[in-house]
Design a protein around this ligand. Sequence first.
Ligand code: AMP
Ligand code: FES
Ligand code: ZN
Length: 294
Amino acid sequence: MKCRRCKKEAEVELRSHNAAFCRDCFLLFFYNQLNKAIKQFRMFTKKQRILLAVSGGKDSMSLWLALVELGYDVTALFVDLGISGFSELARKKVVAFSERFNAPLRVVDLKEEGIPIPEVVKKLKRPACAVCGRIKRYYFNMEGLRGGFDVLATGHNLDDETSRLFSNVLHWKMEYLEDQAPVLPDEDGLLRKVKPFFRLTEFEIAAYAFFKGIDYLTSGCPFSKGATFSSYKRHLNRIEYESPATKIDFYQGFLKNLRPLLKKKAKEELHHCRVCGYPTFGDVCFVCRLKGFE
Ligand code: AMP
Ligand code: FES
Ligand code: ZN
């Protein structure tokens, strides 16, 4: 198979783009898709400060390198969840990346904050992922706002977005559909959020990480066995195999046809947490209550 661009021997076949590329041309394609996403949704400019949430996994580590290489002002934020055997490894990978590329990194350690995930889960007896997601979001926002960042980026990819969309449509979760987009504006004193990898698949990102020699964490979190939406990812991949480009069409179609019709319902009025100032419906926010403030 020959590269579509330069006719050298191809290394990657992308059926959804009806193309195959050699390594160099694949990298051009990859940056092109990323640039398209950033420009199409006016995610950020080179003058703005980006806080990128980095987990140590392939998506956020790849986005970190790609944004550094494209010359964006990016600082990574790693939240150490305090999950033994998992968080130490992830932290090592993130710190090693930061040293290797001389890229700024901030770390929040949930043990130091007094709320490591295993203890919180034991105490609340609630599914780990929901609680963990809420705590992570809290620190993404707090670090972003305190650090004066313009925007928060995450490593969500096309497979994440389409599997979530598929699940939300199958169950008609309108309130979740309203919150699904590559860009969420800042509101209630929370940071603007962007997903610059929404056009790129897990496979494409894995190829990028491999070509760039990124050392990322391959093991998953021990609390999220059978991770959310993974069965929907499998179903979508089967459809994609038979009809290439279905995933990107599904997502772009949603953005074009359904998304503009979804109007956000007015929420109950938010207050500011008495202890930390974070937006909350009550007097004290979720994280401050976990820390023992009432
Ligand atoms: P996940 O929900 O694990 O698929 O992660 C989605 C995105 O959230 C990742 O691509 C990262 O941008 C971010 N993220 C997840 N876990 C962490 C973490 N412990 N620290 C910082 N960012 C994270
Ligand atoms: Fe949060 Fe596993 S990453 S519970
Ligand atoms: Zn608070």
